[in-house]
Design a protein around this ligand. Structure first.
Ligand code: PHE
Length: 458
């Protein structure tokens, strides 16, 4: 058995130019529609404060440890997720079947990107509307009307979905340094600043106290099996875990970077952005007497109302939607990258062709999502439309199961020596805490949440 260390392998796709570049790219992957669109809407549907607390617990107990596992596996394997898993399993003398885990991730990436791109298309439309002045000085009812009109128009949605997918392809096509890295480095900090500005505005609204209370004051009776799964799924979705995105980004990371430090900073920024987004959205929801549980349309109906009345609202709106688009783009590229690397390494395609092929697959799958807002609205399985089903199954089932297998592989199948070599946590308390978390806390916790949801436990 010959275990290869991360410095013994090289990714054929190159490396991040610095540790900072990796942090920015991985944060770019984590921060996206998941924080600004999905977090507030899921929190609203699941009852607010209690959800937020459970969510934070999921990030700390499962998210950070699993992110560390994903980074270290990726860095040691340095290939697409399927071959990374196969090589690491081989190094440890294990079955090559572990490569199916990589496959599960690639499929999840396609599925998530397919609806992600449709939603990012909505953001594109809002950019167009703000840029052309259509959203200025309009009433709440007019905003709702415009939004409903958009959802009712499959051709318009198709056009927007296509444009966003082309943008994603255009970035992945350019590779690690010139595509992924450049796209994120400048834009993420701008998004944070703007979000803070908007939070400052939200503080001046009448609904601020109620919004803060809703988001941060837990009502314990709200906790249910369904909510635990929703929080777990949201943690995986928001941190980009369980499908190989962070693994592939880890494969471009230099051997001397501390995995723990980077994982903690990415998770901290991601969680902060989600909470600040909630602190922007919920005060507006209460100020304009909207429904916190409105679902996926939440930010698209609340934010424009605020932009329509706030000073310089249209300028802020334009900046906000443009940055949201970039946040979405830096996540979308990480959804496509695992499949792109597979096509390059395994099918010998060049990066341009691989990006186009993978993009087309995700684009085709996305057509189902965009139709489920209009033509297919009535077709439901388990009371969910195609879009809702893909969103639910990927976030709440495939990502947590993927994450569970990743942590089980690292903790129980890889040799302690290999893991310790990658982590470089010394051999004291820190390492022991980590081992305890990945061997017991994270896997048992994830399984317990599932059992609880099935009504089998607790
Ligand atoms: N984390 C991204 C977001 O919050 C979405 C994502 C999920 C990206 C899974 C990659 C992998 O928007």
């Amino acid at each position: 058995m010959m275990q290869k260390k991360s410095e013994d392998r090289q990714s054929i796709h190159g490396q991040w130019s610095s540790r900072w570049a990796f942090i920015m790219a991985a944060t770019g992957s984590a921060v996206g529609l998941g924080n600004i669109w999905r977090f507030p809407y899921i929190a609203g549907e699941s009852g607010g404060g209690a959800f937020v607390l459970v969510y934070i617990a999921c990030v700390l107990l499962f998210g950070i440890p699993i992110m560390m596992c994903e980074i270290l596996l990726g860095r040691r394997g340095r290939q697409n997720p399927t071959d990374t898993m196969a090589s690491l399993a081989k190094d440890e003398g294990l079955s090559a079947n572990w490569h199916y885990l990589g496959w599960m991730g690639i499929v999840a990436g396609f599925l998530i990107l397919s609806f992600y791109s449709v939603l990012a298309g909505w953001v594109l439309e809002y950019i167009w509307w703000t840029g052309s002045g259509r959203l200025s000085m309009v009433s709440g009812a007019e905003i709702d009307g415009l939004f409903e009109g958009l959802l009712a128009s499959p051709l318009r949605l198709l056009l927007l979905h296509t444009v966003f997918m082309l943008m994603t392809i255009a970035v992945t096509m350019r590779g690690v340094k010139y595509g992924l890295e450049r796209a994120t480095l400048a834009l993420m900090p701008c998004l944070f600043v703007l979000l803070l500005l908007m939070a400052a505005y939200a503080m001046t609204t009448d609904g601020f106290a109620e919004g803060v209370r809703y988001l941060l004051y837990p009502e314990w009776q709200q906790i249910s099996g369904g909510m635990l799964v929703a929080a777990l799924g949201q943690a995986f979705f928001s941190l980009s875990l369980g499908m190989g995105a962070i693994m592939i980004y880890g494969s471009y990371l230099s051997a001397d970077t501390s995995v723990m430090k980077v994982a903690c900073s990415i998770a901290a920024v991601d969680t902060l952005v989600a909470i600040v987004a909630g602190l922007v959205i919920f005060p507006l929801v209460f100020t304009y007497q909207l429904e916190p549980s409105a679902g996926p349309s939440l930010i698209f109906e609340t934010l424009p109302r605020a932009f329509a009345v706030m000073p310089y609202g249209q300028v802020v709106a334009l900046m906000f939607f443009v940055l949201l688009l970039f946040a979405a783009l830096s996540s979308a590229i990480s959804l496509l990258e695992p499949a792109v690397t597979w096509l390059i390494e395994r099918r010998g395609l060049d990066r341009v062709v691989a990006s186009i092929v993978a993009g087309i697959v995700a684009w085709l799958l996305g057509i189902g999502s965009l139709l489920s807002f209009n033509v297919w609205q009535e077709y439901k399985l388990f009371d969910k439309t195609y879009f809702e089903l893909v969103d639910y199954v990927t976030s709440n089932i495939i990502l947590p199961v993927g994450g569970l297998l990743i942590v089980v592989f690292t903790a129980w199948f890889m040799s302690k020596k290999s893991v310790a070599e990658e982590l470089q946590l010394g051999d004291g308390l820190l390492l022991r805490c980590w081992q305890l978390t990945v061997s017991y806390v994270a896997p048992i916790g994830v399984v317990a949440v599932f059992l609880h949801a099935l009504g089998l436990f607790g």
